[in-house]
Design a protein around this ligand. Structure first.
Ligand code: SAM
Length: 404
């Protein structure tokens, strides 16, 4: 965390980004891009701004409690919260133009009270705590605490262009320090605050920013050169590009989604990555899927989910989402699993994945699917828990089609 306070102008930026997220419901990444575009911020100052903003969102209710404000009051009282954040972290106050002071004695009393309340301490909204307890039982407190930590920055080396050692040494020449991860063969961890997307290594397609947990999901696909592979919920292609590298550009990789703008984004990224065997296709109706019946060696279903495994990275969503969204997602996951599994050929593999840690979206879905579909058999599944691996939380299940 910070060792000296934010400057006045960085404090204003943090407040503006947070106001956009908390009072206008903008996703954090869009609020960043609106505020950062056109500014030439020093990379370490930009890193400090995102660290503070992210940390405030990860423990918003705690910081609000300490300075006696409600999240809804953020647009009027945000400077008080930012001052409280600095006090909590033992820093001097930032020099803001308009700044509401905090009452130290009240802050200290609130702090003592907060220390007795682990749910508040971990920045967890009540609905999420209830859900986590119901779904994960004893494992939940460790996950809840791990989800309140700052995420690390991971890259995936693009093996179509280089290897980890070459990437690390090229990045070093561009002022970025990074180390390889022992347990994820394609991943490196960035240990400096450098601006990655301005590097020539990025422009040349040598890496993508991708959490190490997400890299484990694409690893599980085990695609080989010459295979026919479908990434059926490809989005902007985080996992598609990884699969393309496994295939060494040989074979057919079909990336599908219901949103054309995401596939357009994927095409740009595939071009930069030199992934020439990627074809994109919009899912316009059920016919798009039916036409591919029993054709694929591998089908990855990285389904839409609650995202409750990636709250370290997307902490804004826990203040926007509600538990009512979950049953709708669960129905959609069921539908995708049932209908898109038809594309897997006999002897081929279906990989179901989410970035959630909740069994209802994970193993329960797989069990229900297998009960209704004896033509599939479970090979293995894995819960990638945030508290155990330190990555974002994911789930993956590998199933083989053993009959038509
Ligand atoms: C978890 S995201 C995928 C992330 C992506 N695989 C990656 O690694 O970057 C889920 C994706 O499913 C897409 N989606 C939503 N409903 C869908 C449907 N009925 N069929 C296929 N994709 C769908 C969403 O647009 C979203 O891009």
């Amino acid at each position: 965390m910070l060792t000296y306070p934010l400057s006045g102008s960085s404090s204003e930026l943090v407040l503006n980004v947070l106001t956009m997220v908390l009072t206008r419901g903008k996703p954090l990444d869009r609020a960043y891009s609106e505020h950062f575009s056109g500014l030439t911020l020093n990379p370490s100052e930009q890193a400090r701004i995102t660290q503070v903003t992210g940390d405030i969102l990860r423990r918003l209710n705690l910081y609000c409690f300490l300075v006696d404000i409600e999240p809804e009051e953020f647009d009027r009282l945000g400077s008080k919260l930012l001052n409280g954040w600095h006090v909590f972290h033992g820093l001097d106050l930032p020099k803001m133009q308009y700044s509401l002071q905090i009452e130290q004695a009240k802050f200290d009393a609130n702090l003592e009270q907060a220390k007795m309340d682990p749910v508040l301490w971990d920045g967890c909204p009540q609905w999420l705590d209830l859900l986590g307890q119901a779904q994960l039982g004893d494992k939940w407190p460790a996950e809840r605490a791990a989800l309140a930590e700052q995420p690390k920055r991971y890259l995936r080396v693009n093996e179509l262009k280089c290897d980890r050692e070459k990437l690390i040494s090229r990045l070093q020449k561009e002022g970025v320090t990074a180390v390889p991860l022992d347990d994820v063969a394609s991943a490196i961890e960035v240990t400096s605050d450098s601006a990655l997307f301005r590097t020539d290594a990025f422009k040349d397609g040598w890496f993508e920013q991708q959490d190490a947990g997400s890299q484990l999901v694409a690893d599980a696909v085990g695609a080989k050169p010459g295979m026919r592979v479908v990434d059926a919920c490809a989005g902007a292609g985080g996992k598609t590009l990884h699969i393309a590298a496994q295939m060494q550009g040989k074979g057919r990789l079909l990336a599908m989604d219901v949103e054309q703008w995401k596939l357009d984004n994927l095409k740009t990224r595939a071009k930069r990555a030199g992934a020439h065997n990627v074809e994109t296709r919009i899912i316009a109706s059920s016919k798009t899927i039916k036409r591919l019946k029993l054709t694929a060696d591998r089908v990855l279903l990285d389904v839409p989910c609650s995202g409750l495994g990636v709250l370290k990275r997307n902490p804004d969503s826990k203040w926007r989402d509600t538990p009512e969204r979950l049953p709708v997602l669960i129905e959609l996951q069921k539908h995708i699993l049932q209908s898109y599994s038809r594309m897997v050929k006999v002897g081929g593999m279906l990989i179901y994945a989410t970035c959630s840690i909740m069994p209802e979206e994970n193993r329960h879905q797989v069990d229900a699917f297998l009960a209704e579909n004896p033509q599939f058999s479970l090979i293995e599944d894995e819960n990638i828990l945030v508290s155990e691996r330190g990555f974002d939380g994911f789930y993956l299940a590998k199933m083989e089609r053993i009959a038509e």
